[in-house]
Write a protein that binds this ligand. Structure first.
Ligand code: HPA
Length: 256
């Protein structure tokens, strides 16, 4: 089973699928948004709208644990996520896709682990699955690496924050990639993201940032994003051959 967690702009991928079913999954963390299960290129795919129907949940209110747990319950082994981002570099332009290889976490209030009652320290040296990234990179035009900065939101950033993020090595900034990528690793699910650059970040952009600008670019690039993901799914090998599936081995403290 392959999972897609769609941010803004890719809900229509479901229309390419066959045998579409809709359901919501109960988890120990609450109910997931309504998901669609379907066949694409003869493969089983689950699509989850990250913000739920009608963009009901803003980034800081998303129940990330319920979302990822529901994916695991559905038998998902690989997740392709999409995230809208602002660019910190003039060379990474609105409309571009970027496949991040690492992140910096500036979130503040989110539940970022499944392991509250036992001690598990997951290795996240390379947070994004390289095999999945390679497939995304080879399936369309994208910037093939970069550092994703995640802020708590829902506000955009100050000029000083963007200057700091640049100094720290950030490439793009968004509000939804964390803790998804961490939670997926905790459940031994491969995870990679296609970041869609919707705008230059505050102060990089010469004009005031508006939500309209973000949605306009996302709408323009929607079809290309769907094609990139659909072509990647077509190429995914039957079995995964990467360390993600053994993430918990050596991560748990044995009971004493
Ligand atoms: N900052 C944070 N999140 C975003 C942005 C941004 O500029 N654009 C889209 N998501």
């Amino acid at each position: 089973m392959i999972g897609i967690i769609g941010g803004t702009g890719i809900y229509e991928i479901v229309e390419m699928g066959e045998e579409v079913e809709t359901k919501a999954i109960e988890t120990p963390y609450g109910k997931s948004p309504e998901i669609n299960v379907f066949k694409l290129h003869d493969k089983d795919v689950v699509f989850m709208p990250r913000h739920a129907k009608g963009h009901a949940n803003p980034p800081h209110m998303i129940n990330y644990r319920a979302n990822i747990y529901a994916m695991k319950e559905m038998g998902v082994e690989r997740i392709i996520a999409t995230n809208a981002v602002g660019s910190l570099e003039l060379s990474i332009k609105p409309g571009d896709f970027m496949i991040p290889h690492d992140f910096l976490d500036f979130t503040k209030l989110r539940q970022s682990t499944f392991y509250d009652t036992k001690t598990v320290h997951i290795d996240i040296t390379k947070p994004y699955c390289d095999n999945l990234r390679d497939i995304l990179i080879s399936s369309g035009e994208s910037v093939d690496n970069g550092v994703y900065i995640c802020t708590e939101g829902p506000r955009f950033e100050t000029a000083a924050e963007i200057a700091m993020f640049k100094q720290l090595g950030g490439s793009v900034v968004g509000m939804t990639g964390i803790p998804e990528v961490i939670l997926a690793r905790e459940l031994e699910i491969c995870y990679a993201s296609v970041c869609m650059v919707s705008n230059y970040a505050a102060s990089i952009s010469p004009t005031k940032l508006t939500i309209e600008e973000v949605f306009d670019v996302v709408n323009e690039q929607k079809d290309n994003l769907i094609k990139l993901i659909s072509d990647s799914i077509a190429k995914l090998p039957e079995k995964r051959e990467c360390p993600c599936k053994y993430a918990l081995s050596g991560a748990e403290i044995d009971e004493v």
